[in-house]
Design a protein around this ligand. Structure first.
Ligand code: SF4
Ligand code: ZN
Length: 935
């Protein structure tokens, strides 16, 4: 056709369009073929010129015809290719926009979704969508918003043509680069796709998951099961991609689930091997079964080796999961050589990295087999006879329990400065048979010291499973409805949920549930999001917190909220580690509690209640604050936590401690986990034993009495009690705490300075405490800690000088009247406030420093003041009313409940005429004048 604007050309194009409109499908197909022949590969400008600026009209006709006829397949291929000429035309995206405005993307997705569409048409539709997606972020969004991800993902899963699969995959990869808000949608669709049958699709899906994972920086728990299932694939490329993804996932929250899943695969369950092919004689199981299960076993061993080689900390975690026993089992699988090889290589890594493992494995294998293993682990299977294989399969080595305790011991050693000698004692008693490296000796003897202590763990996984279900069933029936629990269950927004649980956990630190409830409801009503809290002032926060105690907690919540909004873009940290690192005031327990309750992370959480329950369950009687016990308790909590319901499990443990396994009155008869409780068992057997002893005396029988099950190594065990068992205490023998330090005794001189306020209401002078330490940032009456070495008079003078500084004028201590004493007990301080008051006449006395202010009586009630201040006000009130009464009755009355028998000198001889009767009113100006005259 000729140049743009040429009327002859316009006429030609118009007659072309007329022919199209009038033509039947045969005519149109001929016209399309011609169009394709003449215009393929042209740019936007060339096409526009060719079609005399009427190209849009033709594209609109094509798009409409396609939408109307795609179900009949009428020359659909030709239509798609013609549209492709427009969409691929370089230089301008006008055609693209027109096509999308006419619903072109939806039609393409319909073509993909339509079961009867031809494969080649689907491939062409995918190509067109890829062109759309590659054109930019807003085009990607159009596809995602049209539910395109699901359709494209299904296309990838269901197609058996490689080119179609690859185009669908390229399209998904392209969509991953778009708006992060759709990445989660793509991520979840891909997880669903993992279960598809096509190996090619699986491989591509795994690849894209890795891409998207690196962008979203978070992993969903639902990925673990299908991913582990993919290790069954007989296609090496799929397996390799799956293992690569597993290696990537080690950095995310799903790690514990993944590691325990991998370890479990090393030992297929009986159900997984065909029943008729199992021969079971006593404990020997001949491994037969489906190939995929063994392929999976081999792949799991390979993944475990690669993970362990990359990260020493991961190796430790795997050891605590009992990986050695499982690897030995897989090595004995003579049905599948690759499982043997991979397990052997993985085991070799652990043996070479941990002397304690070497010791155990050598013991299990015997020296000849072990020598062959160390010579060439990968080909050990060739030397393995049936008996040796059975030894490996039935091995009972328990390095998990031992290893956890071994770690505990080594941590204990490093924590104890003075413990060197004790450690040497253990080293000597261990008496290693041959010379070994220093580390080897250390690990060896710690193992020996602790090897018998599986009494304090849960060596049988079946017990763990049973305990979880007993505890959770009880919790489901018995749990209290608490506002933060309701929020954690119902709040869909992850950020708000994390914030809500954070607030509750901080409030619950050192404060009872019953007290916290009201505070929590008021707090969440006032500051429902972290952003709301961040925009509050510290003063408002302190005011809200007043009465909850431990005031620095409120301040840290406030600081944390401001950090989240300014440094973390308003996003609460989403892992236990980042909670711990990024939020002030969040320690190991709080991070674990928030992580498990709000974020579903699989981690145990050890608070005071959990310490008590675990110590009683496993008869841990050493000082519960010692490093050894602390580590052992965390190890237990992490081992027990239910991977499916970690938050509920942790709350159930705490609920059990708060309501059943209470400090002073445990109700063992109602305890859901009684059957696992060593201390209950101990008490029960003790009783039985005592009654049998009595019987024995009565009947003079000499039958042997049953032994109480106990820790066989209690002499050296770091977890056993050092003090003897006290029959009267029963299960309350556990836990043991170090002797409590008596609270520090302090006396504080306090001046209540009062002036008449503008509206006839008294005003009080308050100063603000420093931002750190006890009652940080709260307002209080001017005060001074009394020191024994200085006389009280001298210290009164000092405090007067300080108040003078605040008021910018001299105040003599003679004006201060002794009021009485108030006792307030903090957890670690026995505080006595020695209260004096000064009543000034001038209402215009201005404070001269920043951290001082006058507050009216009503404002004082609302302000962020401690309970101690409120008690002082009460004392002053009671003294005032007493004086009022005295002046009315003309005689003195005894004040009950207030310690004010001491008279200050000033009250006896008021020299300055400031306050003689009743209120001791003093005009400040006359007071200063008097002071001047006096001096
Ligand atoms: Fe606590 Fe008794 Fe239950 Fe043991 S049986 S966990 S001591 S309540
Ligand atoms: Zn012990």
């Amino acid at each position: 056709m000729s140049t743009q604007g040429d009327p002859a050309n316009i006429g030609k194009v118009l007659s072309f369009l007329r022919e199209w409109d009038r033509g039947d499908r045969t005519v149109r197909s001929r016209m399309l073929s011609t169009f394709l022949g003449q215009n393929t590969g042209k740019s936007f400008y060339e096409l526009d010129r060719e079609l005399a600026q009427l190209s849009s009209l033709f594209l609109a006709r094509l798009t409409t015809w396609m939408r109307l006829t795609y179900m009949f397949g009428t020359f659909l291929g030709l239509q798609l290719r013609a549209i492709s000429i427009f969409l691929s035309a370089s230089g301008h995206d006008q055609y693209l926009m027109e096509f999308l405005e006419d619903g072109g993307a939806l039609t393409l997705l319909d073509i993909l979704n339509y079961t009867q569409s031809k494969e080649e048409d689907k491939a062409e539709a995918l190509h067109l969508l890829l062109t759309v997606s590659n054109a930019g972020r807003k085009y990607k969004e159009i596809i995602c918003e049209s539910r395109g991800v699901k359709v494209i993902a299904e296309c990838l899963a269901e197609s058996d043509i490689e080119e179609t699969q690859e185009t669908a995959w390229a399209l998904l990869e392209s969509l991953c680069q778009g708006n992060p808000k759709y990445q989660n949608q793509i991520y979840r669709s891909l997880i669903t796709l993992m279960a598809c049958n096509s190996p090619k699709a699986q491989q591509l899906v795994l690849h894209t998951l890795r891409t998207i994972q690196s962008k979203t920086k978070t992993a969903h728990h639902s990925i673990v099961e299908p991913l582990l299932n993919m290790l069954r694939s007989l296609h090496l490329e799929v397996q390799d991609e799956a293992i690569n993804l597993i290696l990537d996932l080690k950095c995310y929250d799903v790690k514990p689930l993944l590691l325990s899943g991998l370890v479990a695969l090393l030992r297929p369950t009986k159900e997984e091997v065909k029943p008729h092919q199992i021969t079971e004689e006593s404990e020997m199981i001949k491994m037969t079964g489906s190939l995929p299960v063994f392929v999976q076993q081999a792949a799991a061993a390979k993944a475990i080796r690669l993970l362990a080689e990359e990260d020493h900390e991961l190796s430790r975690e795997l050891l605590s999961l009992g990986v050695i026993q499982y690897l030995l089992y897989a090595m004995g699988n003579r049905e599948h050589t690759d499982a043997q090889i991979q397990a052997s290589l993985a085991l070799e890594h652990f043996v070479r990295s941990f002397p304690v493992v070497e010791e155990h494995v050598q013991r299990v294998m015997g020296s000849t087999l072990f020598a062959a293993f160390m010579h060439k682990a990968g080909s050990l299977y060739m030397n393995l006879d049936e008996t040796q294989a059975e030894i490996l399969i039935t091995n009972k080595v328990n390095i998990s329990g031992d290893y956890v305790l071994c770690l505990v011991m080594s941590k204990l050693r490093s924590a104890m400065h003075k413990g060197k000698r004790a450690a040497q004692g253990i080293v000597e008693s261990a008496k290693p048979k041959r010379k070994r490296s220093k580390t080897a000796v250390k690990e060896e003897e710690t193992t020996q010291a602790a090897s018998s202590s599986s009494y304090h763990t849960f060596p049988d996984p079946a017990d763990v499973v049973q305990l979880r279900s007993q505890l959770l069933n009880w919790y489901d029936k018995e749990k209290r409805e608490l506002p933060w629990r309701t929020l954690a269950m119902t709040e869909p927004d992850l950020n708000i949920r994390t914030y809500a649980v954070w607030v509750s956990e901080i409030m619950l630190q050192q404060t009872q549930v019953a007290t916290v409830k009201d505070y929590y409801n008021r707090w969440m009503k006032r500051w429902p999001t972290v952003q709301d809290l961040a925009s509050a002032t510290l003063e408002e926060v302190n005011q809200m917190w007043a009465g909850l105690g431990y005031y620095s907690r409120g301040k840290r919540l406030h600081e944390g909220a401001q950090k989240v909004t300014t440094e973390l873009k308003g996003q609460m940290p989403q892992t236990v580690d980042s909670l711990l690192k990024q939020l002030p005031g969040v320690g190991r327990y709080t991070a674990a509690a928030i992580g498990s309750i709000a974020l579903g992370q699989v981690t145990g959480a050890v608070d005071g209640n959990v310490i008590r329950v675990l110590c009683r369950l496993r008869a841990i009687g050493a000082d519960s604050t010692s490093p050894a016990v602390t580590e052992a308790l965390w190890g237990l909590a992490n081992m027990l936590v239910d991977p499916e319901r970690p938050g509920d499990f942790n709350q159930a443990m705490m609920e059990l401690g708060a309501r059943v396994c209470t400090p002073k009155g445990p109700v063992c008869s109602q305890c859901p986990v009684q059957s696992h409780c060593h201390s209950y068992h101990k008490v029960h057997v003790k009783q039985e034993q005592s009654s049998k002893k009595l019987l024995w005396k009565l009947e003079r029988k000499t039958s042997a009495l049953p032994d109480i099950e106990d820790c066989v190594n209690s002499g050296t065990c770091p977890l056993c009690p050092s003090e003897p068992w006290d029959d009267e205490l029963g299960v309350q023998n556990f836990p043991r705490k170090p002797a409590k330090k008596p609270p520090r005794v302090e006396r504080t001189l306090t001046f209540v300075v009062i002036r008449p306020g503008e509206e006839g209401e008294d005003e009080y002078l308050l100063t603000q405490r420093p931002n750190k330490g006890l009652l940080a940032g709260l307002w209080e009456f001017p005060c001074l800690l009394l020191e024994e070495e200085n006389s009280e008079m001298k210290q009164r003078r000092t405090l007067c000088a300080e108040i003078s500084r605040i008021l910018g004028a001299h105040l003599t201590e003679r004006l201060c009247q002794y009021v009485g004493e108030v006792v307030h007990i903090f957890s670690h301080i026995h505080q006595t406030y020695v209260v004096h008051s000064v009543r000034l006449k001038d209402g215009d006395t201005q404070t001269q420093t920043e951290n001082a202010q006058w507050l009216s009586r009503s404002a004082l009630q609302e302000a962020a003041v401690s309970t101690g201040v409120k008690k002082i006000v009460k004392l002053c009130d009671s003294v005032d009313s007493q004086k009022g009464q005295t002046s009315k009755d003309g005689k003195k009355q005894k004040i009950t409940g207030v310690k004010n028998d001491k008279k200050s000198q000033t009250s006896k001889k008021p020299k300055l005429g400031a306050a003689n009767s009743g209120g001791r009113q003093l005009s400040l100006s006359s007071f200063f004048k008097a002071v001047k005259e006096e001096s």
